[in-house]
Design a binder for this molecule. Structure first.
Ligand code: RB5
Length: 150
């Protein structure tokens, strides 16, 4: 599985740990930057890059990181077909795959530590989408996209 990752300066602290966890699970990681916690950058650019990689099929899934995970998740969710979920613990990580089939998770470098980020990413990566009643709800979300995206 090919996983796109991207962050701003606020999420950079998590990136190595997230990348290592994904590689340990057998994933191929594609890094869309940024490359430093010292230089302030704009999270929408990195959220869009990861989201486009996933929506186009170039990557199978993505992990985005900013200070809270919130801004970059909002940016990623502006790309059609993306279901980006902010996750702060392993329970949310599992459930957002089981129920929402989140194709991107968003983490906050000022909210969780690198070790927790690695555990969250592993839980999400290994979890399965349950389908069934959840598919009806994802179809409803797709309908909202069809009505509101150009
Ligand atoms: C950058 O200072 C910060 O606003 C950003 O990383 C993120 O937390 C936004 O949601």
């Amino acid at each position: 599985m090919k996983v796109a990752i991207g962050c701003d300066h606020g999420g950079f602290v998590l990136k190595q740990s997230v990348s290592d966890a994904l590689v340990a699970l057998g994933a191929e990681v594609v890094d869309f930057g940024c490359d430093s916690a010292e230089v302030s950058v704009d999270y929408p650019k990195y959220g869009e890059a990861v989201a486009n990689a996933v929506a186009s099929g170039a990557c199978d899934a993505g992990v985005v990181m900013c200070g809270t995970g919130i801004g970059i998740s909002i940016a990623a969710n502006k790309v059609k077909g993306i279901r980006a979920a902010v996750v702060t613990n392993t329970y949310m990580a599992k459930l957002t795959k089981n129920h929402n089939n989140a194709n991107i998770i968003a983490l906050g470098g000022r909210v969780i530590d690198p070790d927790t980020a690695a555990k969250i990413v592993s839980e999400w990566y290994l979890a399965d989408y349950e389908g069934g009643r959840h598919q009806r709800r994802l179809d409803m979300i797709s309908d909202i996209e069809d009505k509101n995206f150009r």
